[in-house]
Design a protein around this ligand. Structure first.
Ligand code: AMP
Length: 113
């Protein structure tokens, strides 16, 4: 199978502004930011989307959310932030490698668009 865009970023084949990395996850700035702070946090092991995750992914998904909160703290988002996971066409997913958006630095409206 060909590598995903985010695997290529993790492998440094495509440049990105990486803000956090450990053995399980990578976080880097979104190329088209939708807020003053917009970072994607991605599990290195590919799960295409949350709808395709299973019980074998439970620990990794928990790790992804815990690390998202840690990265938000590193980014200085003490006043709050939003975590977003887009799933499938109606969800606005464009990259089929599960990732969580960390958005902050401004007030987030509700409902989202
Ligand atoms: P989604 O639409 O939820 O699948 O999110 C994919 C995100 O990846 C979008 O917000 C894009 O702006 C972002 N993106 C696409 N290519 C790159 C890239 N080369 N570096 C950083 N972010 C990217």
């Amino acid at each position: 199978m060909s590598e995903t865009l985010f695997q290529k970023i993790a492998a440094r084949q495509i440049p990105a502004a990486i803000v956090y990395e450990d053995d399980q996850v990578l976080a880097f700035r979104d190329i088209h930011p939708q807020a003053p702070v917009h970072v994607l946090i991605v599990p290195k092991r590919v799960i295409p989307r949350i709808a395709e995750a299973g019980p074998q992914d439970q620990a990794l998904l928990g790790q992804l959310l815990l690390k998202a909160a840690e990265v938000a703290q590193i980014l200085g988002l003490a006043n709050g932030y939003r975590l977003v996971i887009n799933n499938g066409p109606d969800g606005g997913e464009t990259v089929p490698h599960l990732h969580c958006h960390i958005l902050g630095g401004r007030h987030m409206a509700w409902p989202p668009g």
